[in-house]
Structures are given as structure tokens and as C-alpha cells.
Design a protein around this ligand. Sequence first.
Ligand code: MG
Length: 326
Amino acid sequence: MRPTTQLPRRLPRRVEIVEVGPRDGLQNEPRAISTAEKLELVRLALEAGVGAVQVTAFVHPRWVPQMADAEEVGRGLGELARRPGDEVARDRPAVRCSALVPNLKGYQRAVAAGVKAVDYVLSASDAFNRRNLNQSIAESLRELEQVARAAADDRVALRADISAAFHSPFEGAIAPARLAGVARQAASLGVGEVGLSDTDGFADPLAVGAGVEAVLAGTSLQVEQLALHLHDTCGRAIANVMAGLEVGVRRFDASAGGLGGCPYSPGASGNLATEDLVLLLHDLGIETGIDLDRMLDAAAYALQFSARPYQGHALRVKRPELFRQA
Ligand code: MG
């Protein structure tokens, strides 16, 4: 590993990874996954040193049956923190478990289940917003205003996740100014953090760089308030990470084992694999606070739930025995 003093000046020294496997990774898996199995994946990620985990989604179970146990997962987090011998959540105050919410009702369910951080989802693409959330961007922003007000009262951390931030499966490229406009409106409602998601995985590094720069130039948001959520559909997730790092982004979502992906992109491979991201960042001399070996344990655990072959790389390189034919 090269000394960090040789890092190009614009690369951050430390990056926070948000593990989204328990929600984004598992949500479209066809087999039933128990609450205990989901909580075990959360525990393994926290034990590997991940500082933030998106644990579930408070969505209608008819839309996403796999997330029907969101309340149980939310309550289970409290028990996870109290388990004897399990120091993860208790001894690390930075640990933050969030849940995705698509609307005010989802927010209220999350808070009732004890969740202290929520990710409210909307889109920079009106067609995607309508398809995914059944309402216009303007309607989603009006609902975000209500959620933001409630979150301020409840002292709940609020992140707005802008999906199809750079490219839409229904509209193609999203103009950076359009993305910045949605981010500006979200920020004006008091949202503390904004996630920019390449939901269908068709963004390229130039689009990611331009999108992030437009958001920084056109909103009150600082780079510390941004996160990138990248998909590997076209094999560009790692290249897009580099583009994000070069414009100063220091928070990235990733999914253990590369599970998940966009249901609107047929044949799409999944989320950026957490273990691939950790491997890259460590080779670049960027700190993550994550133990790669323990992250590989979490990835191997996650992989058993996947109906598809492994989509990442690090597990194949570091644990080849897992892939040998029996
Ligand atoms: Mg994703």
C-alpha cells in the first residue's frame, strides 16, 4: 500500500461506507429470508467496522414482500445492541442504522419501530418517480416537506435519496442542472444529507463528476453531505467511485456480495459490492475503518441469499475456495 502522503490532493483521506445489503441487496431476492438472517447480516457488517447500515424499508408489503418484516428488523436492532458479548452498536456511537421510507406513512412506521435515521426516496427523473413511487417529483417534494418537518421534531436524521440521478431507464441522461434543481429543493426543506443514485447503472464517470459538481455549485449542500449509490450494470461502478472521489465525495453506499440491483434494468448486475469498494479504497490508502477480512465474511454470508452467481470481484480473488466446483 502506498503512503497516504502520496495521495493526489483532492482524494479524501477517509471514506464512510453505508452498507445497504440488508435492504437494497435483499429486497428483490425471491426466497424468504428471515428477520434473524437479516439482523445477522447487519451484525456482520457492523462487526467488520461498517459505520452505517441501511437495514430495511418501510414500504407497502405488496410492493416489496421481502421487506414486510421492517418493524421486526427495526426492533431487532435494539436487541442487537444489547446482546451480551456483542459490543458493536453499544461501543461505537458513530454506528447508524437507517431505513428507507417512500412517504410519510413509511416514516411514521419507521419512527414507531425505533428507527433514528431515515432515507426518503425520490427521483431526478419524473418518469422514474412516477413508475417507482406513483407520483410526480413535485408531489414527492411536497411529501418530503412533511417528512422533514416531522423528522426535525422527532430528532430523526433525514437523508434524501435521489434515484436516477444521472441516468434514467425511461428518459436517458439526466441533465446535471435538473439533478441540482431537485437536490436544491430537497436541501431547502432542511434535509441534512443527499444520496445520488445511479439506479440503472448507466452513468459514466464524466456524468457522475458533472452531476456532483452541479449539485455542489447549485445548492447549499457541502460535499460532506453527499453520498453516491452506484450500480455495476455496465461494469462502471468502480470507475464511477473514482469520479466521485476526485470531486471530493467521501460517502458511498455498497452492498455486501454485490447483491441487489435495479428491477427496471433487465439483466443488470447488482449494487457495487462493499468488499470491492473496501479493497479499492485500502489500495488507494484511503481509510474506511473496515476490516476487509471480516467484510469478506459478511459478503460470503450475504451471497447465500442471492439467486444469481456472485457479481463482485474481491470475494472471488480473496476466497477462491468458495467458488471451486464441488
Ligand atoms: Mg442499489
